[in-house]
Design a protein around this ligand. Structure first.
Ligand SMILES: Nc1ncnc2c1ncn2[C@@H]1O[C@H](COP(=O)(O)OP(=O)(O)OP(=O)(O)O)[C@@H](O)[C@H]1O
Ligand SMILES: [Mg+2]
Length: 317
């Protein structure tokens, strides 16, 4: 049976709390913290679980905090494979300032990993089946060079599986050299890839078409926050607006969107239908506070709205 396998090379314990008012130099009383396992791939697996399905989450973690991280994964009841490292898993801090309603997100660097520690992930990839979906999302930890993404892409091609990436910078550039099945950058990530800090909509179509023509990705989905996304394949170029909602927290919107897209593709949907569902999942994630991912009841309601909204299709290119 085919599988969706997510990979999180630099996971984090997401610790969220609130304070009445953020001021410097004073002791600040925080509310009891909430701990969640985070990192791109883990979030994609959690969102797929929220959508009523399952995937396997492969993650690197270790040290005292790694043990805690794995206990959080157990509570989530995810099918997971922990590739153990010696460094301690990082902990990120999200603080909501109740007085202003503003959220502060502190991200720590991950532990340095050695080649011997990340190699088992490549061995797992090397055992995947044809048509499995492999999802790589999030940053690479120190010690894991971006060129690893080129190696991964080569292995996935050889196995005839499908590589989906939500990564940025040199790691994305390296993955594209060999080619991927689907990439989901946001606007600024695509801008950095093509060296254009002031990227506009027409630039997105042009860049995506170039990526596809060069055989670097079968589909390009560029998420545009509240505006929705642009999807380009060899046959289509479409702008899909997101439903208009009162967004409470956009944390996890990108991961929820990716989960929806991958799950629908895995179940045999075409790109347009899968990306429309992904838009509903991304928007659903914005309806809940903090780090909450999409809930299936919101997704189903919003998906109907996405289907009713006309997608803006440009002439085929
Ligand atoms: N304010 C919003 N209103 C409605 N939908 C939203 C909003 N923000 C995000 N979304 C939905 O979530 C999707 C992904 O959002 P976005 O482009 O912000 O991803 P991202 O930058 O990758 O996010 P992340 O910070 O999770 O990595 C959008 O395409 C849209 O469907
Ligand atoms: Mg993102």
């Amino acid at each position: 049976m085919n599988r969706i396998i997510t990979f999180t090379f630099n996971p984090a314990i997401d610790k969220s709390t609130t304070i009445d008012h953020l001021v410097p130099e004073k002791k600040l009383a925080c509310s009891p913290p909430v701990f969640e396992p985070g990192g791109g791939g883990i979030n994609v697996s959690r969102a797929i679980r929220n959508l009523g399905d399952h995937s396997t989450a492969v993650y690197l973690s270790g040290g005292y905090s790694g043990r805690f991280f794995s206990s959080l994964i157990e509570k989530e009841r995810l099918d997971a494979i922990n590739v153990t490292i010696s460094g301690a898993t990082r902990e990120n801090l999200v603080v909501m300032d109740v007085a202003t309603g503003q959220q502060y997100r502190f991200g720590m660097p991950g532990p340095t990993v050695s080649e011997k520690e990340w190699q088992p992930c490549l061995e797992i990839i090397n055992k995947c089946a044809a048509d499995d979906y492999l999802v790589i999302s999030g940053s690479l930890p120190p010690g894991m060079p971006p060129e690893v993404m080129g190696e991964i892409s080569t292995i996935v091609k050889k196995r005839k599986a499908k590589l989906v990436v939500d990564i940025a910078g040199d790691a994305l550039a390296c993955a594209l050299k060999t080619g991927v099945y689907l990439m989901k950058p946001n606007l600024s990530e695509l801008g950095s890839l093509i060296g254009n800090a002031h990227i506009t909509e027409p630039d997105v179509y042009q860049a995506a078409r170039q990526i596809i023509t060069r055989g670097q990705s079968t589909a390009v989905v560029v998420s545009l926050g509240g505006a929705g996304c642009i999807m380009v394949t060899k046959d289509e170029q479409v702008m899909i607006p997101a439903p208009l909602v009162k967004a409470i927290s956009t944390v996890g919107a990108g991961d929820s969107m990716l989960a929806g897209i991958v799950l629908k593709l895995f179940k045999g949907a075409g790109f347009l239908s899968a990306v429309r569902y992904g838009i509903a999942c991304g928007t659903a994630a914005t309806l809940h506070p903090g780090t909450a991912l999409c809930h299936i009841d919101d997704v189903e309601r919003l998906f109907q709205q996405v289907l009713n909204n006309a997608s803006v299709t440009m002439a085929t290119w």
